[in-house]
Design a protein around this ligand. Structure first.
Ligand code: G1P
Length: 315
């Protein structure tokens, strides 16, 4: 490849902007999400979206584009200043809550645009084109986040700046769940052997059946993409579920020679997109909190012991 191809020029450039698709209707959480965006459901005392923007901010990304839809403008308010509330907290001398309220407006510059019709993840990402241009960028799905003590984004961004291609994150999942995810076939990546848990992606398929799935490596909601993805999305026809899939656009770039790599994530991934995963996230994060954790886990243990006793009686 010549030094002057767009891909070669992209090498060395680091992603500095994030895109969060958040226009979905969240039918799995109705009626809670009739008037409240699912991204604002609280996990302990912070909305899901705040964990995601904090994750981006810790990775040095302070420019965040939210792709929103009707009824979801309150997401933006969460990251705005609240002078009246701040003045009240200050007057009361409640500096801890004041810092928490102000902190959300200091995490990142938040930009928004509207996806008029939810036609798929690829379609949502296509709205970011005028904001990110042809630079590499990060996509963070609005209902997943990673463990704070096991960051993933910094390695992904660094690797993408070296490959100039696509960098994904994977988790290993049970085989009966492959039809819920984008699934990859992979090989070793000796040229990036210095990166822990790295693989080279040789194929991608969105929500395959168990028989069609090439592995049990599932794409999780963190992507670092080159600007060429926008043209690929334009050339992508509706796929799984009749939607324009990001996975299909990435598979197109892969087939055309764009390097695609993945990092297998070994930390904990919180998936709040479904009620069970949401409840697990609330319990896990509450247990780890310095302020709430000790009292909460004590109660939780006796609650679980009670459940076990009742199950024993019923048996
Ligand atoms: C999306 C992607 C899928 C990915 C998943 C991760 O699916 O299309 O490839 O594996 O997110 O959560 P969705 O969950 O929006 O159906």
């Amino acid at each position: 490849m010549s030094e002057h191809t767009p891909l070669a020029q992209a090498h060395g450039q680091r992603a500095t902007k994030a895109v969060i698709p958040a226009a979905g209707l969240a039918t799995r959480f109705l009626p809670a999400t009739k008037a409240v965006p699912k991204e604002l459901l609280p996990v302990v005392d912070r909305p899901v979206l705040q964990y995601i923007v904090e994750e981006a901010s810790r990775a040095g990304i302070n420019d965040v584009l939210l792709i929103t839809g009707r009824g979801k403008t309150s997401m933006v308010d969460h990251f705005d200043r609240q002078p009246y509330l701040e003045a009240r907290l200050e007057a009361k001398g409640d500096m801890e809550r004041l810092a928490a309220v102000r902190g959300t407006s200091e995490l990142a510059e938040i930009y928004t645009c509207r996806q008029g019709e939810p036609l798929g993840l690829g379609h949502a990402v296509s709205y970011a084109e005028s904001h990110v241009g042809d630079a590499p960028f990060v996509v963070l799905l609005g209902d997943e986040f990673t463990e704070e003590s096991q960051p993933l984004l910094p390695q992904m961004i660094e690797l993408q700046s070296r490959t100039g291609g696509i960098v994904l994150a994977f988790i290993e999942i049970p085989e009966d769940q492959v039809n819920r995810y984008g699934i990859a076939s992979v090989s070793e990546a000796p040229e990036y052997a210095d990166v822990e848990n790295v693989v080279r992606v040789t194929g991608l398929v969105e929500k395959p059946s168990r028989e069609e799935a090439p592995s049990n490596l599932a794409v999780v909601g963190r992507y670092v993409l080159p600007g060429t993805i926008f043209d690929a999305i334009r050339r992508t026809k509706p796929g799984s579920g009749g939607e324009i899939q990001l996975t299909d656009a990435m598979a197109l770039l892969l087939a055309e020679g764009t390097p695609v790599h993945g990092i297998v994530y070994r930390g904990h991934r919180y998936d709040t997109g479904m009620p069970l995963g949401y409840l697990q996230a609330v319990v896990q994060l509450a247990s780890e909190r310095d302020d709430l954790g000790p009292a909460f886990t004590e109660w939780l243990k006796s609650f679980v012991a009670g459940l076990d006793r009742n199950a024993g009686k019923a048996a």
